[in-house]
Write a protein that binds this ligand. Sequence first.
Ligand code: FAD
Length: 117
Amino acid sequence: KLGNATAKAELGRAAWKVLHTTFARFPEKPTDDEKEALRSFVHLFQRLYPCGECAEHFGKVLAKYPPQVSSRSAAAMWGCFVHNVVNKRLGKEEYNCENIGDAYDCGCADDEVKDSD
Ligand code: FAD
Protein backbone atom coordinates (compact mmCIF):
# COMPACT_ATOMS: atom_id res chain seq x y z
CA LYS A 1 0.00 0.00 0.00
CA LEU A 2 1.26 3.42 -0.93
CA GLY A 3 2.02 5.63 2.08
CA ASN A 4 2.02 9.39 2.36
CA ALA A 5 5.61 10.50 2.94
CA THR A 6 4.66 14.14 3.58
CA ALA A 7 2.22 13.23 6.34
CA LYS A 8 4.67 10.74 7.85
CA ALA A 9 7.44 13.36 7.96
CA GLU A 10 5.10 15.96 9.48
CA LEU A 11 4.00 13.49 12.14
CA GLY A 12 7.64 12.73 12.86
CA ARG A 13 8.62 16.38 13.30
CA ALA A 14 5.67 16.98 15.64
CA ALA A 15 6.43 13.82 17.61
CA TRP A 16 10.12 14.61 18.05
CA LYS A 17 9.21 18.13 19.17
CA VAL A 18 6.94 16.78 21.90
CA LEU A 19 9.53 14.23 22.99
CA HIS A 20 12.51 16.61 23.14
CA THR A 21 10.46 19.33 24.86
CA THR A 22 9.21 16.80 27.42
CA PHE A 23 12.79 15.75 28.21
CA ALA A 24 13.87 19.41 28.45
CA ARG A 25 11.20 19.97 31.14
CA PHE A 26 11.77 16.75 33.07
CA PRO A 27 12.87 17.42 36.67
CA GLU A 28 16.60 17.84 37.33
CA LYS A 29 16.16 15.57 40.33
CA PRO A 30 13.20 13.32 39.57
CA THR A 31 11.50 11.18 42.19
CA ASP A 32 11.26 7.43 41.60
CA ASP A 33 7.65 7.98 40.55
CA GLU A 34 8.67 10.64 38.00
CA LYS A 35 11.37 8.35 36.63
CA GLU A 36 8.86 5.56 36.21
CA ALA A 37 6.41 7.96 34.55
CA LEU A 38 8.95 8.99 31.92
CA ARG A 39 9.99 5.41 31.29
CA SER A 40 6.34 4.38 30.81
CA PHE A 41 5.62 7.41 28.63
CA VAL A 42 8.45 6.58 26.23
CA HIS A 43 7.47 2.91 25.98
CA LEU A 44 3.78 3.70 25.48
CA PHE A 45 4.68 6.41 22.97
CA GLN A 46 6.56 3.78 20.97
CA ARG A 47 3.79 1.23 21.31
CA LEU A 48 1.05 3.61 20.16
CA TYR A 49 3.03 5.59 17.57
CA PRO A 50 0.73 5.80 14.53
CA CYS A 51 3.36 4.90 11.89
CA GLY A 52 3.70 1.14 12.27
CA GLU A 53 7.05 0.81 10.50
CA CYS A 54 8.46 3.62 12.66
CA ALA A 55 7.07 2.08 15.86
CA GLU A 56 8.55 -1.29 15.02
CA HIS A 57 11.99 0.12 14.40
CA PHE A 58 11.85 2.41 17.43
CA GLY A 59 10.96 -0.61 19.58
CA LYS A 60 14.27 -2.17 18.62
CA VAL A 61 16.07 1.10 19.41
CA LEU A 62 14.45 1.15 22.89
CA ALA A 63 15.41 -2.48 23.52
CA LYS A 64 19.02 -1.64 22.76
CA TYR A 65 19.06 1.82 24.39
CA PRO A 66 16.53 1.99 27.26
CA PRO A 67 15.28 5.47 28.25
CA GLN A 68 17.63 7.35 30.59
CA VAL A 69 15.47 8.78 33.35
CA SER A 70 17.93 9.65 36.14
CA SER A 71 17.85 13.42 35.45
CA ARG A 72 16.76 16.10 32.99
CA SER A 73 20.14 16.21 31.28
CA ALA A 74 20.36 12.42 31.05
CA ALA A 75 16.88 12.28 29.50
CA ALA A 76 17.62 15.11 27.04
CA MET A 77 20.93 13.57 25.95
CA TRP A 78 19.32 10.16 25.56
CA GLY A 79 16.52 11.69 23.44
CA CYS A 80 19.06 13.40 21.22
CA PHE A 81 21.02 10.17 20.90
CA VAL A 82 18.07 7.97 19.89
CA HIS A 83 16.83 10.63 17.44
CA ASN A 84 20.30 10.42 15.88
CA VAL A 85 19.95 6.63 15.63
CA VAL A 86 16.75 7.20 13.63
CA ASN A 87 18.43 9.99 11.61
CA LYS A 88 21.24 7.64 10.67
CA ARG A 89 18.88 4.89 9.57
CA LEU A 90 17.00 7.38 7.36
CA GLY A 91 20.24 8.75 5.86
CA LYS A 92 19.90 12.12 7.61
CA GLU A 93 22.71 14.20 9.07
CA GLU A 94 23.79 13.68 12.66
CA TYR A 95 22.54 16.39 15.00
CA ASN A 96 24.99 17.98 17.46
CA CYS A 97 23.69 17.14 20.95
CA GLU A 98 26.08 19.49 22.77
CA ASN A 99 23.53 22.29 23.24
CA ILE A 100 20.45 20.13 23.55
CA GLY A 101 19.72 21.73 26.94
CA ASP A 102 18.83 25.05 25.27
CA ALA A 103 17.36 23.80 22.00
CA TYR A 104 13.80 23.04 23.12
CA ASP A 105 11.73 25.77 24.77
CA CYS A 106 8.21 24.89 25.86
CA GLY A 107 7.11 28.54 25.80
CA CYS A 108 5.44 28.03 29.15
CA ALA A 109 5.87 30.23 32.21
CA ASP A 110 7.93 28.81 35.03
CA ASP A 111 5.98 26.66 37.44
CA GLU A 112 6.75 29.12 40.24
CA VAL A 113 4.52 31.84 38.74
CA LYS A 114 1.76 29.46 37.63
CA ASP A 115 -0.48 30.27 40.61
CA SER A 116 -0.67 34.00 39.93
CA ASP A 117 -3.07 33.79 36.97
P1 FAD B 1 13.23 15.42 12.06
O1 FAD B 1 14.11 14.22 12.16
O2 FAD B 1 11.75 15.23 12.22
O3 FAD B 1 13.74 16.46 13.15
C1 FAD B 1 13.02 17.67 13.38
C2 FAD B 1 13.99 18.71 13.86
O4 FAD B 1 14.55 18.27 15.09
C3 FAD B 1 15.19 18.93 12.95
O5 FAD B 1 14.89 19.87 11.96
C4 FAD B 1 16.24 19.42 13.92
O6 FAD B 1 16.07 20.80 14.18
C5 FAD B 1 15.92 18.67 15.17
N1 FAD B 1 16.74 17.46 15.35
C6 FAD B 1 17.26 16.62 14.42
N2 FAD B 1 17.95 15.64 14.98
C7 FAD B 1 17.85 15.84 16.32
C8 FAD B 1 18.37 15.15 17.44
N3 FAD B 1 19.13 14.05 17.32
N4 FAD B 1 18.07 15.63 18.68
C9 FAD B 1 17.33 16.74 18.83
N5 FAD B 1 16.81 17.44 17.81
C10 FAD B 1 17.08 16.98 16.56
N6 FAD B 1 10.30 8.11 9.43
C11 FAD B 1 10.47 7.12 8.52
O7 FAD B 1 10.37 7.36 7.33
N7 FAD B 1 10.78 5.84 8.92
C12 FAD B 1 10.93 5.52 10.23
O8 FAD B 1 11.19 4.37 10.57
C13 FAD B 1 10.73 6.54 11.21
N8 FAD B 1 10.79 6.27 12.54
C14 FAD B 1 10.48 7.24 13.44
C15 FAD B 1 10.46 6.93 14.80
C16 FAD B 1 10.08 7.88 15.73
C17 FAD B 1 10.01 7.52 17.20
C18 FAD B 1 9.74 9.19 15.32
C19 FAD B 1 9.31 10.22 16.32
C20 FAD B 1 9.78 9.50 13.97
C21 FAD B 1 10.14 8.55 13.02
N9 FAD B 1 10.20 8.85 11.66
C22 FAD B 1 10.41 7.85 10.75
C23 FAD B 1 10.08 10.23 11.19
C24 FAD B 1 11.47 10.84 11.00
O9 FAD B 1 12.29 10.63 12.16
C25 FAD B 1 11.42 12.36 10.75
O10 FAD B 1 10.65 12.97 11.77
C26 FAD B 1 10.84 12.75 9.41
O11 FAD B 1 11.50 12.05 8.38
C27 FAD B 1 11.02 14.27 9.18
O12 FAD B 1 12.42 14.54 9.19
P2 FAD B 1 13.08 15.96 9.23
O13 FAD B 1 14.32 15.85 8.40
O14 FAD B 1 12.10 17.02 8.88
O15 FAD B 1 13.55 16.21 10.73
